[in-house]
Ligand binder design. Structure first.
Ligand SMILES: [Zn+2]
Length: 114
């Protein structure tokens, strides 16, 4: 008897039971494939939205550069904080987005391999 993870709720169950005692998931090929497909679609949706957000953040970074360029061009000796703050916030947001994209991408590839 092997211990496997329920494909729906991830609790550890015996490979010999056909219904998960935790969530009532019926373990058969059609059900498991349908569940995988739902999971894949969710991951693809998240990746798509994250990519859209990351383009927005890149635009923000470009805006920070533009702002910096405009401000330093106007004979100010004290450089303004605004562009730096915007750039730092954008860079951190971009990094976080990339980390999530990497995680979702790996999860998506895992569902395909099975
Ligand atoms: Zn379950």
């Amino acid at each position: 008897m092997a211990i496997i993870e329920c494909p729906k709720c991830d609790s550890r169950i015996s490979s010999q039971v056909s219904v998960c005692p935790q969530c009532g998931f019926q373990r058969d090929e059609a059900n498991e494939e349908a569940l995988r497909e739902i999971h894949r679609r969710e991951l693809r949706d998240r990746i798509y939205h994250l990519k859209m957000v990351s383009y927005g953040v890149l635009t923000l970074l470009l805006a920070a550069f533009g702002w910096y360029w405009v401000e330093t061009d106007s004979f100010q000796y004290q450089s303004p904080m605004g562009p730096y703050v915007l750039f730092a916030a954008g860079a951190i947001a971009y990094l976080v987005i990339r980390i999530y994209l990497f995680k979702f991408d790996r999860a998506l590839r895992r569902t395909r391999r099975r």
